[in-house]
Design a protein around this ligand. Structure first.
Ligand SMILES: C[S@@+](CC[C@H](N)C(=O)[O-])C[C@H]1O[C@@H](n2cnc3c(N)ncnc32)[C@H](O)[C@@H]1O
Length: 206
């Protein structure tokens, strides 16, 4: 799988059809529940789907559970589940989303897309028992300091967090270092020259 600004390549016809189907479902449901900002609906594929798909290439070998926090319209979690159905069939994908209407969308979309690797938790991240995940992700959810607290709750020992972050990531890293120890790799985003994916392991409170 390759995710570049031009789109997603090296995937099967079924995966590509599922990604198109997800885009169609989002366009259908968006007027009712505002899953993505209306301004980005026209560039759903490049702005949200490709941006989410690039995280999949950082899946560690042997990972069994990926937990996406604050999934909203399914970014990155539903896109990861679609790619995993082809590329990592043993991976279970959790989507945690406290907004009940968005959680209904996520369940309906997973069903319509024929994804049996998805579990939706219509609850707050803070109240779901630890998922002991190998990977935790969160996009556009909270400052890094807060995300590390969520990741600390839901990661298994040795697990990693993948957090897409924008131009202010250095500031967020400095703030987080006041309360947390961690190892971080800054991976340039393929969709935005100012953005990075923070790949974080070894999370511990200071
Ligand atoms: C700005 S949206 C981002 C959605 C998606 N990750 C994306 O990139 O498009 C943040 C989402 O997180 C959910 N959320 C915020 N706080 C949460 C919490 N404590 N537990 C579960 N979901 C939460 C909100 O309902 C919202 O859908």
């Amino acid at each position: 799988m390759t995710a570049s600004p031009g789109g997603i390549s090296d995937v099967s016809r079924e995966t590509s059809d599922r990604l198109d189907h997800l885009a169609a479902l989002l366009r259908k449901w968006n007027p009712a529940i505002n899953l993505v900002s209306r301004a980005t609906l026209d560039v759903l594929e490049s702005r949200h789907i490709v941006d989410s798909a690039q995280l999949f290439s950082h899946l560690p070998n042997g990972a069994r559970r990926w937990t996406d926090l604050g999934s909203g319209g399914g970014f990155p979690g539903l896109v990861i589940a679609i790619l995993a159905a082809e590329g990592a069939p043993d991976l279970a994908v959790d989507l945690i989303e406290s907004d009940q209407r968005k959680a209904v969308f996520l369940r309906t979309a997973a069903q319509e897309l024929g994804l049996d690797n998805v579990t939706v938790f219509a609850s707050r991240i803070e109240t779901v028992p630890s998922r002991q995940a190998d990977v935790v992700s969160a996009r556009a959810l909270a400052p890094l300091n807060q995300l590390l607290d969520f990741a600390d709750r839901h990661l298994a020992h040795g697990g990693i967090a993948l957090f897409p972050k924008g131009a202010r990531h250095e500031e967020e890293l400095d703030d987080a270092l006041a309360s947390w120890q961690f190892d971080v790799q800054k991976i340039p985003s393929t969709t935005d020259s100012q953005a990075v994916i923070l790949k974080i392991g070894g999370i511990a409170r200071v």
